[in-house]
Design a protein around this ligand. Structure first.
Ligand SMILES: [Zn+2]
Ligand SMILES: [Zn+2]
Length: 283
């Protein structure tokens, strides 16, 4: 069975409103794209910072600008009007773990996707508040990014670690450390392996300047070697991208001998066989 657990029903633009996108008609468009690609299990994971309740966790200026919708109304929509799994993409905010835990525990999510988008108050993947404006070197940014990813895993807040090498999102437009990058992955892997959290294999990187899945194959191999379970996602923000690049991701998993994917329900994880060939409707 194939999954796509990291889906957004709307784009990241502030003009993409809940009223327009959190509708059954829009969910139908995602479902239709998924069934064409043989993906049976879908879950939605909107950004936590688009919801007002996130301001109890962090009041970064970006979050203050973004936090407009009601999280409980969104959860009720997903549960009552769709057949999607209910997830959320929650940021790891160092020092605000308790507040995030409180927010998450108050809702009955099927899973929580944990993301490192910020290193302290500097963004890894945005031009605004960019870490690249203040960083001394690529080495420093990469070291801090993967250390923070390890902390995110250890926090115990999340079921899946999202886009595990997001720091490469800019491709050649930002400096990148030289040589074998596995030395950077190591501290993140330690946190992931110790905590038992799953890692996301995300095809979103193929659509970004990085032109590579997250995590890089070398990092994925390190995870697989120590038995970390894999969750497969596209991080689509529009129906056309549901399951995009899955052929490549599945070939990568097959080459590493991974035959199972994570499936989540009410924050319980089990592994389901990927199976072979066309998977439409299979379980
Ligand atoms: Zn993200
Ligand atoms: Zn996302």
């Amino acid at each position: 069975m194939l999954t796509d657990y990291h889906l957004h029903l709307r784009s990241d633009a502030l003009t993409a409103t809940a009223a327009e996108h959190f509708t059954q008609a829009n969910v139908e468009r995602y479902r239709a794209a998924a069934s064409e690609r043989g993906i049976a299990e879908l879950g939605v994971s909107e950004h936590v910072y688009r919801f007002r309740q996130a301001l109890a966790v962090w009041r970064h200026p970006f979050w203050l600008e973004q936090a407009r919708d009601d999280l409980d109304a969104h959860c009720a929509f997903v549960r009552e009007q769709t057949d999607l799994r209910l997830g959320i993409e929650a940021d790891f905010v160092a020092g605000r773990e308790e507040q995030m835990a409180t927010l998450l525990a108050a809702r009955d999510f099927d899973y929580v996707v944990g993301s490192v988008h910020f290193l302290r108050d500097r963004a890894v993947d945005m031009d605004d508040y960019s870490v690249w404006q203040t960083a001394r070197s690529a080495e420093e940014v990469w070291r801090r990014y993967f250390q923070t990813l390890g902390e995110a895993a250890r926090s115990g807040l999340f079921d899946v670690i999202a886009h595990p090498d997001l720091v490469k999102v800019w491709g050649r437009e930002r400096p990148r450390p030289e040589g074998d990058l596995r030395r950077y992955y190591e501290p993140a892997l330690e946190g992931i392996a110790e905590s038992g959290v799953a890692v996301e294999l995300s095809t979103a990187g193929l659509r970004k300047r990085a032109r590579e899945v997250y995590p890089a194959p070398a990092f994925l191999q390190m995870c697989v070697d120590v038995g970390v379970p894999v969750a497969l996602s596209s991080d689509a923000h529009r129906p056309e991208d549901v399951g995009a690049g899955y052929e490549q991701a599945l070939a990568l998993l097959e080459g590493m001998g991974v035959g199972e994917l994570c499936v989540f329900e009410r924050r319980e994880r089990r592994l389901a066989a990927i199976g072979t060939g066309s998977q439409a409707g299979a379980s």
